[in-house]
Design a protein around this ligand. Structure first.
Ligand code: NAD
Length: 298
């Protein structure tokens, strides 16, 4: 693997974390998003990330200054990928948006550029042909709070070149990830095959009026020793991404409970801009959610 230039497309909840982690490990990173206002918001959030790197990873001022120097920003896709060895896509979890993005990207990216999707639930073969370069395309899936929960699931599709797969595994290691190669395509990969059913079950308990979010989270935390419960996870993931995932599944299955969960999230969270940690409120209020209080489980 001799990647040097990496482009991250989409600077939302995950994109800005991927960009920062990659720049922190010495790669030259260009952050791309649809307009400069969105990019300015991402830049502002890098400051908070710095604090996390200091406290969790003991990052020094020199390392963080070097990270900033490795980052550049543009809302021009052609400029964003002009040197890219690797482009990591973190645009919304919506197949239409992703296909449209890959069709445009395929036309402007240099031949050498490898494309990787960070999609949480969609599989690479859904987009491989839209990229125009299926052998150079695969999934590289990170977890939220990448600096701390540093997993990278790598999943090819039947046409992915094995060298590209191995290079992306090596890149994952080079940016400090525990790399987790998958043998086959699978919606939800490993992490979300386990996590999404948990979050969905928690939402169903709430919507059916069985218990409120805090009680559901307390049950999960105390009984399994987990550090947070499903509603705290939903706030961290971001309610928009959860909403998109639930919606796709409800449209496919027509399951009445799934439809109710989508309507519930829309009415109580999406329409009220209560999108989780990123907007300061979701199921909990931030920056001091009750689940972090010492007495929460007493
Ligand atoms: P988000 O909504 O926070 O961010 C998406 C970003 O993409 C926004 O900044 C938006 O302006 C930008 N965008 C929209 N259309 C675009 C386009 N055409 N080109 C470039 N940028 C565009 O979403 P997110 O939570 O960061 O999720 C992004 C991807 O990462 C999704 O596929 C999601 O499944 C995946 N992911 C999310 C998490 C998580 O915890 N949130 C974890 C792992 C993977």
């Amino acid at each position: 693997m001799n990647y040097k230039y990496v482009t991250v497309a989409g600077s939302g909840v995950l994109g800005y974390q991927i960009a920062f982690q990659t720049a922190f490990h010495g790669f030259n990173v260009t952050v791309y998003d649809i307009n400069d206002d969105v990019l300015d918001k991402a830049k502002a959030r890098f400051k908070t990330l710095c604090e996390n790197y200091k406290t969790t990873l003991n990052a020094t001022k020199e390392q963080l200054d070097a990270t900033y120097k490795n980052l550049s920003y543009t809302s021009d896709l052609k400029v964003a990928v002009k040197d890219a060895d690797l482009m990591i896509e973190a645009v919304p979890e919506n197949p239409k948006i992703k296909i449209d993005f890959y069709e445009k990207l395929g036309q402007v990216a240099p031949k050498k550029t490898i494309f990787a999707t960070n999609s949480s639930t969609l599989i690479p073969s859904q987009f491989a042909h839209a990229t125009g370069r299926p052998t150079q395309f695969l999934a590289l899936h990170f977890a939220n709070k990448i600096w701390k929960y540093n997993t990278a699931e790598i999943m090819g599709h039947p046409e992915t070149d094995p060298k590209v797969f191995n290079d992306v595994v090596a890149f994952g290691k080079a940016i400090g990830m525990l790399t987790l190669p998958l043998h086959k395509e699978h919606h939800g990969y490993i992490l979300n095959s386990l996590l999404v059913p948990l979050l969905r079950a928690a939402s169903e308990l709430l919507i059916k009026g069985i218990a409120e979010p805090e009680i559901i989270d307390k049950t999960w935390m105390k009984a399994t020793g987990a550090p947070v419960g499903p509603f705290a996870i939903l706030d961290t993931v971001g309610i928009t991404t959860a909403y998109n995932i639930y919606k796709m599944s409800a449209e496919k299955t027509k399951d009445p409970n799934a439809i109710k969960a989508v309507e519930y999230l829309k009415e109580h969270f999406i329409d009220k801009n209560r999108l989780g940690v990123s907007t300061g409120e979701g199921f909990y209020k931030y920056p001091n959610p009750t689940y972090l209080e010492p007495d929460f489980l007493k």
